[in-house]
Design a protein around this ligand. Structure first.
Ligand code: ADP
Length: 271
């Protein structure tokens, strides 16, 4: 379109004056839009061929069940890597949607406690033989107006990260409650922790403290960027407390104005 976009700032100028600073950011915004469209298109175009490749590799793996061990290993690695690519493409698409789609003005209330029970169940599967102790303490009467899909992604990214970055047998506590000012979703782990100087950069795309570990644990490097965007769209914010070698707590604060109270009592329990 033909519109010019301006960024305006008013600053004090001497005792009696104010200075209005106007900057033309039209070109900047056009470039940003081009970047978004490009990422969205590339991810979209990669999706179909990747699905085909993954499907055939799965068949091939089954067919070669009795074949040469070396060949089996090669095919298994190809399947794992193509599935990893699929997860990255899915996360990139999700991020594109979060950046471009309009936020619904009248979102339906979501049963967060029920959603968290499912997420914790999935996390237990991800943990597998490592047997993390995953505890859920959720207020079942506390529903939240928001986007179902986006909230599920917010919760699962934080809970799965806790599993990924906590050695086997470690403890993970997931809480959902209301404090004086906000609805709070909190995941505390007894894992590897994060050094202070990384904290401010964690929500950048593909920023990782230890790339090798993230990849080996199935991470895409996009989880916390998704978390940040979902929170932005819900008027929330992320707090991170962490100590190296002791563990981390990720806390998502969501505005109390989104809360819908139902009659149910809080439920706890160990998974
Ligand atoms: P990834 O897919 O690599 O986990 P994320 O965006 O979810 O990407 O997280 C970014 C980085 O933050 C991770 O690579 C990891 O280094 C660090 N991180 C995230 N969650 C935790 C956690 N619970 N404990 C320790 N480090 C974490």
């Amino acid at each position: 379109d033909e519109h010019i976009r301006l960024s305006l700032r008013i600053v004090p100028y001497g005792k009696n004056y104010r200075l209005l600073i106007a900057r033309d950011i039209t070109r900047l915004q056009q470039l940003e839009q081009m970047r978004r469209d490009f990422v969205a298109n590339v991810s979209h175009e990669l999706r179909t061929p990747l699905t085909v490749v993954c499907g055939y590799l799965e068949t091939l793996e089954e067919e070669c069940g009795r074949g040469e061990p070396e060949l089996q290993k090669i095919i298994a690695t190809m399947r794992e890597q193509s599935e990893r690519m699929q997860r990255i493409v899915d996360d990139l698409l999700m991020l594109s949607r979060l950046e471009t789609e309009r936020v619904s003005e009248q979102p339906e209330p979501v049963n967060v406690a029920a959603m968290l029970a499912q997420v914790c169940e999935d996390a237990r599967r991800l943990s597998g033989p490592e047997h993390h102790q995953i505890r859920l303490e959720a207020d079942a009467g506390l529903w939240l107006r928001g986007n179902d899909n986006e909230l599920r992604s917010l919760f699962s990214n934080l809970v799965f990260n806790a599993v990924r970055y906590t050695p086997g047998g470690g403890e993970i506590t997931v809480k959902w409650f209301c404090d004086d000012s906000d609805a709070v979703f909190e995941v505390a782990d007894s894992g590897i922790g994060i050094a202070e100087h990384h904290l401010s950069r964690l929500t950048e795309r593909f920023y990782r403290v230890d790339t090798g570990r993230s990849r080996a644990r199935g991470g895409t490097g996009l989880g916390l960027a998704i978390v940040k965007h979902v929170l932005l769209r819900h008027g929330g914010r992320l707090e991170i407390d962490s100590r190296l070698d002791e563990g981390s707590t990720f806390r998502a604060r969501l505005p109390a104005a989104r809360v819908v109270r139902t009659g149910r009592e809080p439920t706890g329990g160990s998974l």
